[in-house]
Design a protein around this ligand. Structure first.
Ligand SMILES: Cc1cc2nc3c(=O)[nH]c(=O)nc-3n(C[C@H](O)[C@H](O)[C@H](O)COP(=O)(O)OP(=O)(O)OC[C@H]3O[C@@H](n4cnc5c(N)ncnc54)[C@H](O)[C@@H]3O)c2cc1C
Length: 335
């Protein structure tokens, strides 16, 4: 056996650094509207930025975007393609790869690992979104994002007055049932949960029927939902179903870098700053209630704060350089 197969020499810092390309001002993880909006600001501010995305955005499960002024009815792929082209014209690179980890370095930079490569960044913006935890129901892929819905704000208008069924995790069910009731008076809840008297009273006031059973399948004719099937063998006819689903961070990057909540979403201040300096988080990666408009606004909002962070680091570097007897007028970047 070759000695090399037994002994692998540890990589030296200089060797590792040579694999890394030039330091960028910002790596943005996630090319949904939050990440793209941050990128647009940073690109136009003359900052070097790369966006990584290794999957699909949450909005791509629907056929048409709703509740996003100026884009109502647009296919999400078209919205994202248009936004991607806009940021690319300001020099932002988009790399279709998943970021596997981000390692903070002692010098304040971040190693961003993707595929078999590493990039170095002065800041990282997490725009990684979230995942709706859907139960394993038969027929789900056909109707998810169409007649199986998550919020009437997006598409309640399209099915108002129709037969609604609501099911899902107990802690969000009563809120969801009474919320969708504002779009239709024909609402049924399917759940085996033992609701409190207060909850039952609220549902009764709104004439919302509760069926003590568990949804196991979705029956569709073509692309349209026709009924839900239950564990007790019932078939409940309906036009739209609303699922109260748990949500969880789409990536564990935030949890590995900064303070997170019980969904794994980053805790941030109003500027998108996390508990770790240089790491920012926007959109659904920090706020599960963010719609497209909010996520986009959060991306735009974080831009100036990232630039301010970069400015302060540059001032610190120049101050240190002056103290060490150098000139403050240094044109080379701190890479
Ligand atoms: C069924 C449904 C319908 C909806 N309809 C509407 C609507 O009509 N109007 C509306 O305003 N909102 C709607 N929403 C909400 C909307 O989808 C979100 O508000 C929006 O997608 C949040 O944008 P974001 O940029 O924060 O995250 P996302 O759009 O989810 O983007 C996150 C991106 O990060 C990428 N990513 C994650 N981890 C990594 C990693 N480690 N490396 C690289 N990339 C990574 C993902 O692949 C993804 O592309 C809907 C949601 C659902 C579930």
């Amino acid at each position: 056996m070759m000695l090399g197969a037994l002994y692998s020499r540890p990589e030296r810092d200089s060797e590792r650094d040579s694999r890394m390309e030039r330091v960028v001002d910002a790596v943005i993880v996630g090319a949904g509207v939050a990440g793209l909006s941050a990128a647009l600001f940073l690109g136009r501010a003359g900052r070097s930025a790369i966006i990584f995305d290794g999957g699909t955005t949450r909005i791509e499960s629907v056929a048409e975007v709703r509740e996003y002024l100026g884009f109502d009815g647009l296919p999400p792929q078209e919205l994202l393609a248009r936004a991607s082209a806009e940021v690319q014209q300001y020099g932002v690179e988009i790399i279709r790869q998943r970021v596997t980890s981000v390692t903070p370095r002692a010098d304040g930079l971040f190693e961003v690992h993707h595929g078999h490569s590493v990039r170095m960044a002065r800041t990282v913006v997490l725009a990684t979104g979230l995942i709706d935890k859907l139960p394993p129901l038969s027929g789900l892929p056909k109707v998810w994002g169409r007649d199986l819905r998550v919020c009437p704000c997006f598409d309640g208008y399209e099915v108002q007055g129709k037969r609604f069924v609501v099911f899902g995790v107990p802690n969000r069910l009563v809120h969801m049932a009474s919320w969708v009731w504002m779009w239709s008076r024909d609402v049924t809840v399917v759940s085996e949960h033992a609701f409190t008297d207060v909850d039952l009273y609220r549902l009764r006031l709104l004439e919302i029927e509760v069926i003590a059973d568990e949804v196991t399948g979705l029956v569709h004719g073509g692309e349209r939902l026709e009924a839900l099937t239950t564990r007790k063998g019932k078939s409940i006819a309906c036009d739209a179903a609303w699922i109260a689903a748990d949500m969880v961070a789409a990536s564990n990057l935030a949890a590995s870098l900064c303070d997170v909540d019980d969904m794994g979403l980053a805790r941030t201040d109003s500027a998108g700053r996390t508990s770790r300096p240089g790491i920012f988080a926007v959109g659904n990666a920090a706020d599960p209630a963010a719609h497209l408009a909010h996520a986009s606004a959060a991306g735009t909002n974080v831009g100036p704060h990232v630039v301010m962070y970069l400015l302060e680091r540059e001032i610190e570097r120049r101050t240190a350089n002056q103290r060490n007897g150098g000139s403050a007028d240094i044109s080379r970047r701190a890479s």
